[in-house]
Ligand binder design. Sequence first.
Ligand SMILES: Nc1ncnc2c1ncn2[C@@H]1O[C@H](COP(=O)(O)OP(=O)(O)OP(=O)(O)O)[C@@H](O)[C@H]1O
Ligand SMILES: [Mg+2]
Length: 201
Amino acid sequence: MKPLLEISHLTLAVGRAGREIVRDVSLSIAPGEFVGIVGESGSGKTQAARAIMGLTPLPLVRTAGSITFEGAEITSASSERLRELRGARIGMVFQEPMTSLNPSMPIGRQLDEGLALHRPQLTPAQRLEMALAMLERVGIADPQGTLVAWPHEFSGGMRQRMMLASVMLLEPALLIADEPTTALDAVIQRDVLELMVSLTR
Ligand SMILES: Nc1ncnc2c1ncn2[C@@H]1O[C@H](COP(=O)(O)OP(=O)(O)OP(=O)(O)O)[C@@H](O)[C@H]1O
Ligand SMILES: [Mg+2]
């Protein structure tokens, strides 16, 4: 099968001539495939993942290598194209859901925002129906009540589920998860991982 994502010889450094923090990384991910990246703290996992979304923060720069997604080069994509890809085609889940959920917006509006932006053909009623169904799929007991609730009203595991819900609502072709369960206790970790696998399938 043609790879969905192909990273070849990616090298990131602190400035053009600085210390290399990701060196000569190559990997390929096919549709439906799960790939895990393991490495000690500081080995460059997060920055490698961010590079896939064109989110390499200064002073870090890519000094070598290429990243193609669905056959097109990402490293030379316009910022407009990158914005399109993020969320709609590539979803990302982080370790700390509070940094991705907006604390000043009810859950329902956050779920609706992505859909309204990326699926303009849907009516508000259809978006609402999809949000409720997704909350139910990620194991939220009271989807209706959750829509009007705020992120801080939920436990860490619940927030992580809501983040997954908001990302999976857009049905991204690629889901990048950067230690999405590190902040959770062991039992919830397993639940969230199993949920991710089943949503991906
Ligand atoms: N803005 C920056 N300026 C300079 N160095 C940076 C910057 N951001 C990250 N680094 C360095 O890049 C390296 C890789 O960091 P990264 O966060 O990708 O590691 P990681 O493998 O995700 O670690 P962890 O498991 O702790 O999350 C680290 O050595 C870090 O010090
Ligand atoms: Mg990291």
